[in-house]
Design a protein around this ligand. Structure first.
Ligand code: A3P
Length: 304
């Protein structure tokens, strides 16, 4: 993966976010009304950050003044294990949205005990691995100690992903950790699938607003506020904004690249253009096997 990964509490992390995770476990103090956005990388984190930020700030900004027009969603919502974890001043959160890729079982205990809400987004693993592989091509390991700077080809990346060796992986254990927790406390954890968010965006945006305690009023609905938020945060809009097209960014892996690395196609099913039928069947089978006794069905297909 161009960057070395270390196993901690059963999951794989690059060094920098792992250090942030360890500090956060000891010192992070969320406010009870904070909302934690969690995901495995490439599952829709950027979109979730933008939508929740736009929902929460809708009364503070007009359509043309929302910070999402001039700042990356990643500058509107910080990552716990990067911006917050690396800066001790930020350990007492004064922001209401915090994003993370930390698996449920490794979350700071303060997050669980504060009772703050969690929105978890997950995605078809076939699209996740394709997205992750493209993403990794766009990063360079400037200033990061790494045993290899070689690009992995897709087959190698796929193999590692299947073995569970990817950032914050394994994919399946990450999803299952949040799934099991959501069964125990459904009022605290909202589970959203990228594909469903794509197909029924209005329904899920309203659901997120309600879940966060900021439901839309009838007047707002009639005035098109929900649709405006969806348009503001659409792939087409965000990816066309100057701020998201370039500009240096430091990534959770500690590597550097540009903001546009977060915007590629934003579609469901692009895996068909990259994975062989054998690869798709393999991911389907692993998913069936890993989730078999969990009660969670991802509704992913084995082929096109
Ligand atoms: P693709 O590589 O399949 O295009 P993350 O934000 O977790 O890093 O995930 C990145 C993936 O989400 C990329 O998928 C990216 O294109 C897609 N994405 C980014 N912004 C989006 C948006 N506003 N709507 C839908 N998908 C988006």
């Amino acid at each position: 993966w161009k960057v070395d990964l270390y196993q901690y509490e059963g999951f794989w992390f690059p060094l920098q976010p792992l250090e942030g995770l360890l500090l956060a476990q000891d010192y992070f103090k969320p406010q009870p009304n904070d909302v934690i956005l969690s995901s495995l990388p490439k599952s829709g984190t950027t979109w979730l950050k933008a939508l929740t930020f736009a929902i929460l700030t809708r009364s503070s900004f007009g359509e043309s003044t929302n910070p999402l027009l001039s700042r990356s969603p990643h500058d509107c919502v910080p990552f716990l294990e990067l911006e917050i974890g690396s800066n001790p001043q930020n350990f007492n959160s004064n922001v209401s949205l915090v994003a993370t890729h930390i698996p449920y079982t490794s979350l700071p205990k303060s997050i669980i005990s504060s009772g703050c809400k969690i929105i978890y987004i997950f995605r078809d693993p076939k699209d996740v691995i394709v997205s992750l592989w493209h993403f990794s091509q766009k990063l360079s390991p400037e200033g990061v100690q790494t045993s290899t700077t070689e690009d992995l080809d897709l087959k190698e990346a796929f193999e590692l992903f299947c073995e569970g060796v990817s950032i914050a992986g394994s994919y399946w254990n990450h999803v299952l950790g949040y799934w099991r927790a959501s069964l125990e406390s459904p009022e605290r954890i909202l589970f959203i699938k990228y594909e469903n968010l794509k197909n029924e965006t209005i329904y899920y945006v309203k659901k997120m607003a309600e879940f966060m305690g900021y439901p839309f009023s009838l007047e707002e609905e009639v005035n098109g506020v929900v649709q405006n938020i969806i348009n503001l945060c659409s792939f087409e809009n965000l990816s066309s904004l100057e701020v998201n097209q370039s500009g240096p960014r430091q990534f959770l892996s500690g590597m550097v690249g540009e903001n546009n690395a977060f915007f590629r196609k934003g579609r469901v099913g692009d895996w068909k253009n990259h994975l062989t039928p054998e690869m798709a069947t393999r991911l389907y089978q692993i998913t069936e096997q890993k989730l078999s006794s969990s009660g969670l069905t991802l509704h992913i297909s084995a082929n096109a």
